[in-house]
Structure formats: C-alpha cells, structure tokens
Design a protein around this ligand. Structure first.
Ligand code: FAD
Length: 653
C-alpha cells in the first residue's frame, strides 16, 4: 500500500519530474503488498538487519487480553526479526537487561518494545538500548496496552491481531530508521519569571537558591499579586501581608534576582536556552534580555459579575467576595456590626458559585461567548472562612449560605464547614439549574432587609424559602488573566477554560508545548496558595534541571530540508506556525543566488505541517520520514507473511 508521490510543476521552479519507471514500480509494489505480503513490504531491502522485539505482559494488563505468546510467534515470521521475547515486566531491571544483553550478544541493530504508553517508558527503553551500545533512536515503542488490550478488552482475538499489526508497522518504520543524535544548543543560565505574585516570587527565590540568575518582571507597581488584597488566609489563618513580605524579602535580598516593577514583556523570540525578550518598563528604557527558560506566573483575574447579575451594580447591598473581604478588613475591631450603604448589616447571604460552574441555558455567557463551567476551588472555603469570621466578630448577625455543593477539599478546610455550622451559619442547598433569585425588598418591608433571596432548598425537599438580608455577597471565583499578548508572543496553548494549558496534567504538569517555557500558579487554573507554591516550586525545579547542563539537549525529531531538492517556494515557511522555526535563506548554488528553506532546530517542534505542503518532498521530519510512514501503513495493512491480512481487511472494510 505504498503511496505514490504527487509531483506538481510550479512556475519558476525546476521540479524533478517523477521517474515513470519508478512510479510504476512503486504502484506495482503497493498493489503486490495489498494482495500478498512479502519481505519487500517491510521497507528496506537490507535483509541483514537484526531486529529484537520485546513484548510485555504488563503483569496481566496486556496478557489477560492479548495472546502475547501468539504475538511473539507471529512477529518472528517477519523478515529481519532475529528474536521476539515475552516478559512479565519489560520495564523492570531484568527486562531492561534482557534488551541490552541481547543487543550485545546477538548483534541486534534495531529494537521494538510493545508495552504500555510511550509517555511512561519510552525513555526507559531508549536508555536500555543505549546501554546495549545501540543508537537509542533505532528503537520503536508500541503501545499495545492502552491501544490494544485496554481498548479491546472484550475482543481478545481482535486485540491480538491489532497488536501484531502495530508491531509490524513499527518494524517497517525501523527498517527505514537511521541513527539520530540529540540536538545540543547553548544554554544561557538565566531565567525570566513573568508575574510577581506568590507564584513568581516562589519560583524566583527557588531558582536563585540554586545559583541561577533571575529577571522577575511584574506589571504592577508592587509584588504579591492578589494576596495584597487578602487579610488572614485559610487554612493557616496567617496574615497574607506577612506571607508576601517574607517571600518578597527573600527575592529583594538576593543579588541573583533582578526585579522590574511596572514592566511588561513586549516581544519574545528565540528558543530554549536562548530566548530573547524585550522588556518595557515605565521607569526605564526598553531593553532586550537573554534567558534560557521562562516561567509564566501571571496569575488570575477575579470574576466580575455581569451588569444586573444578582442585582450586582444595581443595588449597593450586593458585593463580590473580594469586596466583602475588604469590607471586613476596613471595619474597625470596635464596630458592633458591619455597615453597608449607611445601613447596619443584621443578616448576610453568601451565594456560592457566582461565575463558576456555569450551565448552558441557565447562565449568560461572558462577552467572549465563554461559559465558566469549571469550579474555582477556592471560593467555598473562603466563603466559610468569612462566614465564620462574621459570626465570631458580630454574633448577632445572621449568616446564610446558599450552595450547590460545599467543596472544602484541602487539608484543614473541612473544619471551616464544621465550625461555621457550629457557629450558627444556616445552609440552604440549591440545584445548579435553579439558582436562587435576589430581589430588592419593597420599600414598605425594607425594615426586614434590603434584599430578599428566594431559593428552592433541596435540603428541605425543594421547599421554596425567602430570606430577607441586608447584604448579599456573591461568591465570585477566578477567571483567566488578561495575557492575550503573551499567549501570542510565546504561542502558548489555553484549555477550554481559557487558562494556560500544560502538556499533560499528570506526567508534565508545569510544562507547555514550547520547550523551555514553564507554568507556575494560577495562570494555569484555579489554585489555593499551597497548590500555587507547589506548582511554582515544581516549575523552578524543572527550570533548574534544564540549567544543570552546559548545553540544552533536545530530541532530534525536527524538520530537515534536503537542500538539493528544495526550490525555495516557501510553502513550508507559510504553513509553519512556530515563528522563526522555518525561514528562507539566500545561498549560492552553481554561482547563482537562490532562496532555500532552513530549519531552526531550537524552535521546530516537529509538528510536520511543513512536510505536508512541500510538493518536492524536500522537507522531512527526522525519525518520522515519509518512507517510514509508508512502511508503517504497509505493516498495518499487511500484518505478517502467511496471514491473509489483506483479505481480512477487505472483509472488515
Ligand atoms: C477571593 C479569594 C480569596 C482567596 N483566599 C485564599 C485563602 O485564604 N487561602 C488560600 O490558600 N488561597 C486563597 N485564594 C487563592 C489565592 O489568591 C491564589 O492562590 C494566589 O493569589 C495565586 O497567586 P499567583 O501568583 O498564581 O497569582 P496572582 O496573585 O494573580 O499574581 C499574579 C501576578 O502576575 C502579575 N501579572 C499578570 N500579568 C502580567 C504580565 N503580563 N506581565 C507581568 N506581570 C503580570 C500580576 O500583576 C500579579 O502580580 C483566594 C482567592 C480568591 C479569589
């Protein structure tokens, strides 16, 4: 099933015409392969290749469904396979030793491991292959756990057949593989941290403690971010100002950290180890700095209710949660009650989930058309902390909490719920599809409260209750920061929720797709202080690990231009979305100046968009060349010799 090149002649470009004889041969080979598999199906004619295939039982995760012994016996029939072995855990030390020993004893020159996801163990097996003395890129990882045994657990025969085809594809790909080397680039041992909230402060001080120079850029005039607006913070009840002061002191005292307040990033170019960043400050001339890594710690914004959402901005007796925290902080200790709009507050309602956990058809989308369907994670505990504080300070004030679910998930946070209940806070539970209604109380009844909150209380079997209050506090949560410029400059990805998105929530939680850029804190999603500091510590550790080597080492799976085949049409350059990864350069060829595409290996992410548009096939991805794809398709379609896979496919089709 080999694919035929489609060469097109473009004006002004000398295109090598397809060799008709070659095309016919290719088509013929493809047709032959589709009917009767033979050794040519598997790629290179180099019959001398010795491939080792290692199939993992994964302690039953794979072998309970896939007949791994049959897989081993079958793939042995594929030309070039010198050995095929089954192991209970190939990732174990003995499993890895088997691979490296076989490479040495049997002179293997290619290795396939069929096991779990490459996310988990690709690097493990590359290491084992390298220890056997083989180039680690002459190795293919096949995921027969997630993609065969788990995906087809009710169809063992189908899962077994699929595993065989996947391994056949990997073998085909490996037959065309060439040894590759890691890309090594110079590494500037300086980090840029964007954002001087607690995430940025923690990341900067952790990096400096490891001897790394840091430039910390904060757009406002002070360090600390949103913690500057808080009083005592849960669960420790520490004074937020003291927490910020301690972190800011560490940063300000460290000669390795340069802080630029009232400053912003104007442009970012370059790549891991070599980012060039233009910084503009209110008080200084713009400057360009070089940084090896960038930590984005730009935080969040507080949700602002829409005009008239629960009477917000229509009635002075409706405040957001951050506004309420300010009210509590500014009310003197000697006061006997809170005062809002010149009126004593005798009863307060706290309404959870305003601007969070929004539902289509129930809530108005934001101006950008988005609904905030996520939980802001910090509002429930903050509301309970504030409700408890009100009851403790003003014990005559009635406090009512209207919630969908109480989410006090962190250590010590559930105590706020327990203590608030004990202290007399009254709870009403509503269904998310029917949020409570807030109405201004008619003037003649205003003595009982300026507002009435009506709820269908699911705790009392949907009884409709109306509670008069003097103050309604909207439990507003977090929304993504206003960082569209940074997202554009650094080509960062955002999730559906609009927050910055990591590569993998579990395995690479603080990394983004752009090498050398890391996330810290609530720029990535709602987090409390503890989580923010953990994430910032992780980002700093990751950046420090990058700086541990003199050079940055990158996987070699980047695009490469065949300078002889390139005719400088630049379709690849137009298609590339990674700024600077591909460009046209002028070269002298046979005494003439011509334009040719050139790849910047530091910026290329190996997405392959350029490969798809080059009519000359002059640009290819190392490790994923087009002949390797052809061979993989052949392997999947043809399976192994002796099995009538082509017919099987026709029947499935
Ligand atoms: C109402 C409320 C109460 C809370 N109470 C608690 C509590 O009691 N306990 C608790 O554990 N958690 C609490 N939290 C959560 C806590 O506020 C966050 O965990 C913490 O503030 C996150 O810090 P950060 O550094 O990630 O973000 P931020 O505090 O938002 O800091 C980000 C910083 O980056 C700067 N910045 C933004 N964009 C740029 C840019 N382009 N260039 C340069 N600088 C930029 C900002 O000016 C800011 O200084 C609460 C949250 C809310 C909403």
């Amino acid at each position: 099933m080999s694919t035929q090149n489609e060469f097109r002649e473009e004006p002004g470009c000398e295109v090598e015409q397809d060799d008709p004889a070659r095309s016919e041969a290719q088509i013929a080979a493809g047709q032959r392969a589709a009917v009767a598999p033979n050794s040519s199906t598997y790629g290179s004619d180099d019959a001398a290749l010795k491939i080792g295939v290692y199939i993992c039982r994964c302690g039953g995760n794979i072998s309970d469904v896939v007949d791994v012994e049959q897989v081993a016996e079958t793939v042995k029939l594929i030309p070039g396979v010198a050995t095929a072995k089954v192991h209970t855990f190939v990732c174990s030390d003995p499993g890895q030793h088997t691979i490296s020993d076989d490479i040495l004893k049997e002179n293997l020159d290619r290795v396939v491991v069929a096991s779990c996801s490459p996310f988990l163990h690709e690097q493990t097996f590359r290491g084992a292959v390298a220890r056997g003395g083989l180039n680690p890129y002459l190795y293919e990882h096949v995921n027969i756990r997630e993609q065969a045994s788990w995906a087809h657990k009710h169809d063992p025969a189908g899962a077994t057949s699929k595993a065989i085809r996947m391994i056949a594809a990997a073998i085909g790909k490996l037959r065309h593989a060439v040894p590759l080397e890691q890309i090594k680039l110079p590494n500037h041992r300086r980090a840029l941290v964007i954002g001087g909230g607690i995430a940025g402060l923690k990341a900067a001080s952790d990096l400096a403690a490891r001897g790394i120079r840091v430039l910390l850029v904060e757009k406002s005039g002070e360090l600390g971010g949103h913690l500057n607006e808080r009083g005592r913070v849960y669960p420790s009840e520490q004074d937020a100002a003291k927490l910020v002061a301690e972190l800011a002191q560490r940063v300000n005292r460290d000669a390795r950290i340069e802080v630029r307040l009232s400053s912003q990033i104007k442009a970012v170019s370059g790549f891991i180890g070599n980012f060039k960043v233009q910084v503009e400050s209110e008080s200084a001339l713009p400057s360009e700095v070089t940084a090896g890594a960038i930590i984005v710690a730009t935080g969040f914004r507080c949700y602002q209710p829409q005009e008239n959402e629960f009477l917000y901005r229509m009635d002075p007796c409706v405040l957001t949660l951050p506004d309420f925290i300010q009210l509590m902080r500014s009310t003197p200790d000697s006061a006997r009650h809170l005062t809002v709009n010149g009126r004593a507050v005798n009863n307060i309602a706290f309404l959870h989930c305003v601007g969070s956990r929004q539902l289509d058809g129930v809530h108005e989308p934001q101006t950008d058309g988005r609904l905030n369907t996520y939980c802001s994670r910090t509002c429930c505990t903050t509301i309970l902390q504030q409700a408890l504080a009100v009851r403790r300070r003003f014990n005559k004030t009635g406090v009512y909490s209207f919630y969908q679910d109480i989410r006090t998930y962190g250590r010590g946070e559930e105590n706020y719920y327990i203590e608030a209940s004990k202290a007399g806070v009254v709870f009403f539970r509503y269904n998310g599809e029917e949020p409570p209604k807030a109405e201004a109380t008619p003037r003649e009844h205003a003595r009982r409260g300026a507002l009435s909150i009506t709820v269908k209380d699911t705790l009392t079997w949907n009884e409709e209750l109306t509670v008069p209050v003097d103050l309604l506090v909207l439990g507003t949560g977090m929304i993504p920061g206003d960082i569209a410029d940074l997202i554009e400059q650094m080509k960062l990805a955002t999730g559906e929720d609009g927050f910055l998105q990591e590569v993998h929530p579990k395995l690479r939680p603080v990394e983004v797709a752009v090498n050398g850029v890391l996330l810290a804190g609530t720029a990535q999603g709602p987090m409390n202080i503890q989580e923010t500091l953990s994430a910032a510590g992780a980002a700093a550790a990751k950046a420090a690990a990058m700086f541990a080597k003199e050079e940055v080492e990158l996987n070699p799976f980047v695009a490469e231009v065949d300078q002889d085949a390139c005719c400088g049409e630049a379709q690849c350059v137009t298609q590339c979305v990674y700024e600077g990864a591909l460009r046209l350069v002028t070269r002298e060829v046979n005494g003439e100046l011509v334009e040719r595409a050139e790849v910047n290996a530091g910026l290329c992410v190996g997405c392959g968009a350029c490969v798809a548009v080059c009519p000359q096939r002059a640009i290819q991805l190392n490790g994923w060349r087009l002949d390797q794809f052809d061979a993989m398709v052949d392997g999947i379609a043809d399976g192994v010799p002796g099995q009538n896979c082509a017919q099987e496919l026709v029947q499935i089709g």
